[in-house]
Design a protein around this ligand. Structure first.
Ligand code: NDP
Length: 394
């Protein structure tokens, strides 16, 4: 029987654990490890009949992760802790020759770079260890990369432009809260925007570019151009690409709160002196904001995330839209988690399932679009994330 080690016990982890248990024939025994035991206990109590062992680990310390992997003899490590832990967990996987998967690219706690450089640099070591590392197996990055690979494989000879369109029309009833880890979320949306055109990155002011997109089953929403990490790998792997952009929806209330927090310095990631002690404003803000994992029972509405690709097939111009719509309340009914955690956790489980089954294999470090998309797309349809394809007018 296989053993699956899951590191991190937040909102995304809760979904991953539920879904791995639903696919127990592939995942076998689950070992769930996180910094503190409390959230592991909550997840375990959701699934009293499942074979789940819980424990603590400080995943910032490679040796602790090595010890844990060895003690449970893990067949795979699913990293759903924070991006700060990616490198230490990858290094532990190299040392123990254990396959690795994550959902977000590495970030240094003192910098907000959102780049794959340090993870890609470990490719040779993954090859030497004879193991596979799958990077960014969430929704975006993750399913969106697979949508691009699927479009490339089945619909185009060349894709010229891609827009990734991420809409969360959920309502949690709070004046301000983030749907996943507040530090990571606010770093991402308060940073300068960036998109790629004709081989160069073009920088914009935060939220400078906005378009209204009519999301199926949701309706028209203001969608703002952001930098998002999957673009870095997609520009390497999609044939003929001339432009790629990423848009995310935000309501006016969210933007006003964020601007105000930014203006007073609450989004800062440098320590400041407060009554003789150092505090990091963003960390303190996280303490004040609702825990994203607690939003599940109060969130209504839908998410719709997809890609619009335009290019050429057999000499004819073509444009397609691949998207996935999910209802927050359905996600909560199934996994005790809201839609953003759900649509990240399910692709993490699917990526790991394909690796354990040998359907996705290789040695080295891979981004999602480097794998054959068909098996992943099939799994999405049966594991709770059914998708649609529409042809649009060019
Ligand atoms: P949470 O903050 O809810 O959970 C993170 C978990 O990691 C917590 O249980 C936390 O422990 C644990 N953790 C933090 N530091 C350590 C450490 N040093 N050692 C061990 N465990 C640690 O985050 P989410 O569940 O919302 O997000 C999980 C990941 O998914 C993040 O990397 C996020 O960026 C990514 N994500 C990806 C998306 C995608 O589409 N690709 C979308 C959304 C999220 P504790 O409880 O003690 O704090």
């Amino acid at each position: 029987m296989k053993t699956t080690l899951i590191i991190g016990a937040g909102g995304v982890s809760r979904v991953v654990v539920h879904k791995c248990v639903q696919n127990v024939d592939v995942f076998g025994k689950i070992v769930l490890a996180s910094r503190s035991i409390g959230r592991c206990e909550v997840i375990k109590s959701d699934l009293p009949d499942a074979d789940i062992e819980i424990t603590t680990v400080d995943a910032d310390v490679t040796d602790e992760v090595i010890k844990l992997i060895k003690s449970c003899n893990a067949d795979i490590v699913i990293n759903v802790a924070l991006p700060y832990q990616d490198l230490t967990i990858m290094d532990a996987c190299i040392a123990t020759k254990t396959p690795y998967l994550d959902t977000a690219n590495y970030e240094h706690p003192d910098e907000a770079k959102f780049e794959y450089k340090l993870q890609w640099e470990r490719d040779a070591k993954f090859k030497e260890a004879g193991i596979m590392g799958l990077l960014g197996s969430g929704f975006d990055p993750g399913a969106t990369n697979v949508f691009c690979a699927y479009a490339q494989k089945h619909y185009f000879d060349e894709i010229h432009t891609i827009d990734i369109l991420d809409c969360n029309a959920g309502d949690h009833g709070y004046a301000f809260a983030t749907n996943f880890n507040p530090e990571i979320n606010l770093r991402e949306v308060s940073a300068k925007g960036r998109y790629w055109e004709n081989g160069v990155w073009i920088e914009t002011e935060p939220m400078e570019i906005m378009q209204v997109w009519d999301y199926p089953e949701v309706g028209p929403k203001d969608s703002y151009l952001l930098y998002h990490e999957e673009m870095e790998s997609l520009v390497k792997h999609i044939k003929g690409l001339k432009r790629i952009r990423f848009f995310m929806t935000f309501g006016q209330s969210y933007l006003t709160h964020m601007k105000c927090l930014e203006n007073v310095g609450m989004l800062g990631i440098e320590p400041v002196e407060h009554k003789g002690m150092k505090i990091i404003p963003m960390e303190f803000l996280k303490t004040l904001l609702p825990d994203p994992a607690s939003l599940g029972p109060r969130t209504t509405g839908k998410t719709n995330i997809g890609i619009v690709a335009e290019g050429i097939k057999d000499g004819v111009k073509k444009k397609i839209y691949i998207y996935q719509v999910k209802d927050h309340e359905d996600c909560y009914a199934e996994t005790n988690s809201q839609g953003v955690s759900y649509s990240t956790g399910v692709p993490a489980m699917i990526g790991a399932k394909l690796m354990l089954q040998g359907k996705w294999s290789g040695t080295g470090v891979f981004n999602m679009e480097q794998m054959d998309p068909d098996a992943f797309m099939d799994e999405m349809n049966t594991q709770g994330l059914p998708w649609e394809i529409k042809e649009l007018e060019v």
